[in-house]
Design a protein around this ligand. Structure first.
Ligand SMILES: Cc1cc2nc3c(=O)[nH]c(=O)nc-3n(C[C@H](O)[C@H](O)[C@H](O)COP(=O)(O)OP(=O)(O)OC[C@H]3O[C@@H](n4cnc5c(N)ncnc54)[C@H](O)[C@@H]3O)c2cc1C
Length: 383
């Protein structure tokens, strides 16, 4: 999918307007109180963010991944948690869009696009996250459907979301293991509920929770694509988009950290001049801006490959790795520029510093990204 530059400009301008008017005045308080931002989510639905990359024929905005990445970057400059609310939802949606049957697309995508039905992806379990093929959640045949039993943890949108793409084992004996893995769309209801809210260092406002499945009946029509054993491949495809999104979040946080440092360095005086005139500060911000720009270029390049339909696991992995490490480093360096005030809750830098580490973990840890990058590097360069 491609978006014209005119359309991209318009959508980014409306996102900026929304952020300025509806988010900036409230973000600090909502974040510190860890409050789920109900009114902001309603506005995000009105703006169409929950359908950003869903094709127009299914009620979405039909934006390219490149434009979507710029939206995520823009939102994350203000409050990164908000991008999590629509990103996990869009990974679920993209699995239906890429791998679902026509009937599934017609049934689910319009509701996902409008935000009437929101959700996310339920992969991680108490015993495994990186090694997803070790999941224990079982889906066993029961008449014309399946019964799901198991526990998922750390699920974003777990409390306020309605529907989830749930990774299950349909054949625990399968060899290789991924052939026994199936992805279901499951709506909350009998046998499927969330348990406690999980407390976190940062990434506040968005709900992270455990999901419990107890003999939850799901009709076979809810298998994404309709065939058992395709789930691992499908979720890996969905995570390509997810990793580009996390990279874009990293660019947003890295940029926001830099912006605050540049502003503060020109306001704060020591030894009779603004600290911006001290060389130590200049070296620091020079590295920050270079890192941010490099992260942005890697992210846009991965998004462009995705839009062209090219294989982009390596590109998405490099963007995710570099941009999220850039966010982590910039948030710390911005805190240094701020001195003691960087540690204060009255400045946003402490929030960037608490938010950034998650980016190195979510959608596949950065250790895993390095493994994916190296494997692809060798696969693309055989001798
Ligand atoms: C705030 C938050 C939100 C999240 N949202 C979701 C969500 O919406 N849906 C969802 O399904 N999950 C979600 N997660 C879970 C997240 O995806 C996992 O935490 C992540 O994939 C890592 O899994 P793990 O925590 O089990 O760590 P482990 O897999 O136990 O890894 C522990 C450490 O070992 C390293 N490691 C593991 N295997 C290897 C290897 N082969 N080589 C080298 N190093 C290795 C890892 O990189 C890590 O450093 C979320 C997590 C958090 C904190």
């Amino acid at each position: 999918m491609q978006t014209s530059s005119e359309d991209e400009k318009l959508i980014l301008a409306s996102v900026e307007q929304f952020l300025e008017r509806d988010v900036v005045p409230h973000a600090m308080e909502l974040e510190h109180n860890d409050t789920w931002p109900e009114e902001i989510v309603a506005k995000m639905s009105e703006l169409g963010l929950f359908g950003s990359i869903i094709q127009t024929e299914y009620g979405g905005l039909g934006l390219s991944c490149s434009t979507y990445a710029k939206i995520v970057e823009t939102v994350s400059r203000v409050w990164m948690s908000l991008s999590g609310i629509f990103n996990s939802h869009l990974i679920m949606s993209s699995c239906v869009q890429r791998y679902g049957t026509e009937e599934q697309k017609r049934k689910w995508l319009p509701k996902f696009a409008s935000g009437e039905m929101r959700g996310g992806i339920a992969l991680t379990e108490p015993n495994c996250g990186t090694d997803l093929q070790a999941i224990r959640t079982r889906a066993t045949k029961d008449g014309d459907g399946y019964r799901i039993n198991g526990t998922k943890t750390w699920i974003s949108n777990g409390i306020y979301g309605h529907t989830f793409a749930v990774l299950t084992k349909t054949d625990p004996e399968a060899d290789p293991r991924h052939r026994g893995i199936t992805l279901f769309l499951v709506e909350k209801g009998d046998g499927f509920k969330h348990s406690r809210k999980l407390e976190k260092l940062g990434y506040k406002g968005i709900d992270s929770a455990e999901l419990l499945f107890e003999d939850c009946y799901v009709p076979k029509e809810n298998i994404i694509g309709g065939i058992e054993g395709q789930g691992f491949k499908q979720i890996m495809g969905g995570l390509e988009l997810g990793r580009i999104n996390v990279a874009a979040r990293g660019v947003g946080v890295a940029q926001a950290s830099l912006d605050e440092a540049v502003k503060y360095a020109q306001q704060r005086q020591t030894f009779g001049k603004p600290i911006a005139e001290h060389q130590a500060i200049q070296l620091n911000v020079a590295d920050m801006v270079t890192r941010t720009e490099a992260a942005r270029l890697l992210t846009y390049r991965a998004a462009d490959s995705y839009d062209k339909g090219e294989r982009c696991d390596m590109e998405a992995g490099m963007a995710k790795l570099f941009a999220t490490e850039a966010a982590l480093k910039n948030s710390m360096d911005s805190m240094r520029v701020h001195g003691g005030y960087g540690y204060s809750k009255e400045f946003p830098v402490e929030r960037f510093y608490r938010d950034a580490p998650l980016l190195t973990i979510g959608e596949g840890t950065n250790e895993l990204q390095r493994i994916i990058i190296a494997r692809q590097l060798f696969a693309r360069n055989p001798i």
